[in-house]
Each structure stands twice: as structure tokens, then as C-alpha cells.
Design a protein around this ligand. Structure first.
Ligand SMILES: Cc1cc2cn([C@H]3C[C@H](O)[C@@H](CO)O3)c(=O)nc2[nH]1
Length: 223
């Protein structure tokens, strides 16, 4: 009797701070034909009905925090429920990092008033209470704040030009609490930590190391 221990498709979340190399990681796995990669829908956040919610959020987090995170949650739900025939689905971030890292940070910074936080949380609890957001593995691209700050500056994304190093330090701690120390919230799947500080000249070798975990089907045969 054989039982399946994972969902179809085998769903992998690529998580990490701003500038930790998620896009590079996703692009590396594009080379495999049975992998469906879903990049973070940042273009949708930059144009929701003609509004650049990402820019509004960074310009005034109190005023636009809820609006932005509410739309992020919808776009992430769309990605989680995206149907593919590929055997593996690789997602950049998720509804989980939305809630446990970014929304949680806004709550702790008093950016998100409790009533707004409750509304986002009710959507999150509904979305994750049934099987519409399945996860089988989380890849945590773990990078130091100073390294990702440098990369963010070099990438020079218009909306991020005023993001300070301190914010990246705090977002690093949110990721550490959730995915490394696991002191905050539950992890919806096993976590594989990748040293994302490595220079791009050697980082692909580091990504290659986790391919067995992504491509191994975790079928177990019961005697
Ligand atoms: C799920 C999720 C992704 C995400 C990204 N961001 C920001 C961080 C980066 O500056 C930009 C692209 O990741 O959007 C955010 O504020 N809240 C988010 N929530």
C-alpha cells in the first residue's frame, strides 16, 4: 500500500528578506521543465487599478499599510490556488510570510490598527484553515541585513529608495523568529536553510545542493 505524503504539485515556498536572492533562486529552477515558478506579483502591487500601492505603502505606512497588505493577501491567494500540471510548484513568498513577517511587523510597529489587523487575520485564518494553500517545503534564503541592504541599494528599486538598514534588520528578525528559531507561529512545512550571504559567483552551487530535497518525491511505502 503506497500513501502520498505530499500534495500535487509538490509545493515549495521560497522565503527570505528583501534582497536575499529569491528571484535568482526562482530563475535557477526555471531550467527544469517540470517546475512551475511563480514570482512575487510585485507588478500587481505597483498597479492595482492604476495605483502603485507599493509606493503608497512605503511613503505612508500608517495610511496605506492595510490597503497594501490586504491586496498582497489576495494576490498571494491567487498564486496558492494557481493550477498547474507541473509536478513541482515553486512560489516566491506566500500568504504565510505575508501574515507572519510583514503584517506581524506592522502590528508590532502599531502601523496596523487592531481592527484592521483582525480583518486581515480573519482572511488569513480562513485561507489557511482548509487545503487551498498547501505547502510541502520552505526554502529559507537566510542572509545578513548588511548584505541584503547592499544588494537592495544596488538593485535600486524606485519604491525602496527610502528603506533604511534598520528596517531590514527588523525584517530579518521576523524571518528568523518564524523560520530559524521557530519561536513565533507555526511553520506550515519543513524548513531548509540556505546561506544566502554567499556571493553570486558561488550561490548557484548552494542552490544546487537543495535540488534533491525539491525533486525527491516523498512517497513512503508502507509494508
Ligand atoms: C507576502 C508579502 C510580500 C511582501 C513584500 N513587501 C515589500 C518588500 C519589498 O520592498 C517589496 C517586494 O518584495 O515589497 C511587503 O511590504 N509586504 C509583503 N508581503
Amino acid at each position: 500500500k503506497r500513501i502520498k505524503l505530499h500534495h500535487s504539485p509538490f509545493t515549495v515556498l521560497v522565503e527570505g528578506n528583501i534582497g536575499s536572492g529569491k528571484t535568482t533562486f526562482l530563475n535557477y529552477f526555471k531550467q527544469y521543465q517540470n517546475v512551475c515558478t511563480l514570482a512575487e506579483p510585485i507588478e500587481m502591487w505597483k498597479n492595482c487599478g492604476g495605483h502603485n500601492l507599493l509606493r503608497y505603502m512605503y511613503e505612508d505606512r500608517e495610511r496605506w499599510g492595510f490597503t497594501f497588505q490586504s491586496y498582497v493577501q489576495l494576490t498571494m491567494l491567487k498564486q496558492h490556488t494557481f493550477q498547474t500540471n507541473s509536478s513541482i510548484k515553486l512560489m516566491e513568498r506566500s500568504i504565510y510570510s505575508a501574515r507572519y513577517c510583514f503584517v506581524e511587523k506592522m502590528i508590532r510597529d502599531d502601523i496596523l490598527p487592531p481592527p484592521s489587523a483582525s480583518v486581515i487575520d480573519e482572511w488569513f485564518k480562513w485561507a489557511t484553515s482548509n487545503t487551498i494553500c498547501p505547502v510541502d517545503l520552505i526554502i529559507y534564503l537566510r542572509a545578513s541585513p548588511e548584505v541584503v541592504y547592499q544588494r537592495m541599494r544596488e538593485r535600486n528599486r524606485e519604491e525602496e529608495k527610502s528603506v533604511p538598514l534598520q528596517y531590514l534588520r527588523e525584517m530579518h528578525e521576523m524571518h528568523e523568529n518564524w523560520l530559524y528559531h521557530k519561536t513565533m507561529f507555526t511553520c506550515p512545512a519543513p524548513v531548509l536553510v540556505v546561506n544566502a550571504d554567499l556571493d553570486k559567483s558561488v550561490i548557484l552551487e548552494e542552490y544546487r545542493k537543495v535540488t534533491p530535497n525539491i525533486f525527491s518525491t516523498c512517497l513512503s511505502v508502507l509494508s
